[in-house]
Design a protein around this ligand. Sequence first.
Ligand code: NG6
Ligand code: CA
Length: 508
Amino acid sequence: MSHRTEAMNRMLFAALSGISSLSAWAQQRPNVLIIVADDLGYGDVSAYGSRTIQTPNIDRLARGGVCLTNGHAASATSTPSRYGLLTGMYPWRKKTHILPGDAPLIIDEGQFTIARLFQQAGYRTGAIGKWHLGLGRGKVDWNHTIKPGPNEIGFDYSCILPATVDRVPCVYVENGNVLGLDPDDPIEVSYKKNFEGQPTALTHPELVTKVTWSHGHNNTVINGIPRIGFMRGGKAALWKDEDMADFLVGKVKDFIESHDGSQPFFLYYGLHEPHVPRIPHPRFEGSTTMGPRGDVIAEADWCVGEVLRKLQEKGILDNTIVIFTSDNGPVLDDGYRDQAAELVGHHDMNGGYRGGKYSLFEAGTRVPFFVYWQGHIRPVTSNALVAQQDLLASFAHMLSQPVPDGLDSENHLSAFLGKSKRGRKGMVTEAVGRLAYRTKDYALLPAYKGAKRNITGNEMGIVDTLSLFDLKTDSMQQHNVIRRHPKLARRMQDAMERAIKGTPNDSH
Ligand code: NG6
Ligand code: CA
């Protein structure tokens, strides 16, 4: 054998053994389940030490897996946050905000998504629960198959709430079709004006029987609850809020049940709790002292327990990676008089961080984040800085799958699986169109004015000048230390500008 061939053989062997160590993960091809709660705060789970709430099932994921203490959503509101998780891109590149219920799909059909990644790797993929990324191409006809939707961007199966629980249309859409629709009672939806003769919460307050509104939310009344937007028809298809948790978790169990082992699955499960309107099933009413907001968190925790039980029963819990997180920070009064603020007591839903939903401060995007893989992960608490949009590149790495260039997603598989405590060097976060930059220990915020009125129960605050906060010593972001660390602030500002200009993987 010539030297040359020998050298080539050595190279080939090295390359192959490199691949085989990587593909050790890939060969197992575990199922992947991502559970995303809606508006659940860092302090809303007992896993991080809160004693004012009990979430035993969610805590099981945290205690038996990787408990991430510095995990972020891409944004402090739902649509952009979910866009980040599913596409691996910063949502502000797309300039996307909270969508109405009749908005077109904001993910292009040709765009790479985490669902496509799993499809590409041979997985069966599903999306169940909250969607809020738009459907169709504008002027949706709810009475025919709606396209494009989740099924056109990588999900083999979908059963979704089109937008949020407080927005019309209040129907489930399964694989593009409104579930249970009577063709003789077609659905009409408008976010501009009401339909003639259709009552609203303002004209017919007596229709509001379950919870009344505090701001917004006074258009069409469905199931005794006033909503955002106008809707007519579709009576047989309307959801019942109190049954939603059971309905969705039932769909999740069906999806898991239909798994026959020939193909692994990827499932995105969008819990609707504890977003408004907070209407628990009667069996959870009064299960906490915090009123509906606490009770629906107990309900969400129960759902997580049900899913884990199903995986166990099916004998696939140790072959399923379960990730639990939330789309954005928490809020008390988000438009309904549901006693969230009055009954909160000593519960700190922000978990000691400033801000909350809609806010650029820490509690806007620092969310519960746990990665559980029974028998494969040594339980660990990690303060690695990671973002939901990193799941895409991390799973691509695990499955040795290529991804397109130019994504903002970074591979932090080792951090997600608890093998390393190193995460991102930095990331851009967004709240209602404003951007901030954070590293593991510091947050750089622009001059910033939070909500005008403190209606949400969150201290939204004002920063009147570019500010640097040291999160190690100042989790409540009270002390601007920019004068003490001018070079660090400059470096962070430069990194942020580079990220914005779109040298994505160079964003540190
Ligand atoms: C706001 C709604 C709020 C909630 C939010 C979206 C009003 C006054 N407020 O505009 O109730 O629906 O949008 O929440 O209408 S999110 O979690 O989906 O981003
Ligand atoms: Ca949300």
